[in-house]
Design a protein around this ligand. Structure first.
Ligand SMILES: [Zn+2]
Length: 59
């Protein structure tokens, strides 16, 4: 699956995808910027973006 997009933002997954923190088993791969965004939200005490809102759209 060389061109699988990031399910969170629809962008390229990249060579070193992160794993979402939304699932306990963390089996969903997301791109590095999305992984960083999730980590930032958690650090700020903000709720994660739920699967239902994926893919998020950059406005
Ligand atoms: Zn992404």
């Amino acid at each position: 699956m060389p061109d699988t997009p990031c399910p969170r933002c629809g962008g390229p997954l990249g060579e070193h995808p992160a794993r979402t923190r939304l699932t306990l088993d963390r089996d969903v791969r997301i791109c590095t910027p999305c992984g960083t965004d999730e980590a930032t939200r958690i650090a700020r005490g903000e709720p994660p973006i739920p699967f239902g809102d994926w893919p998020i759209r950059a406005s």
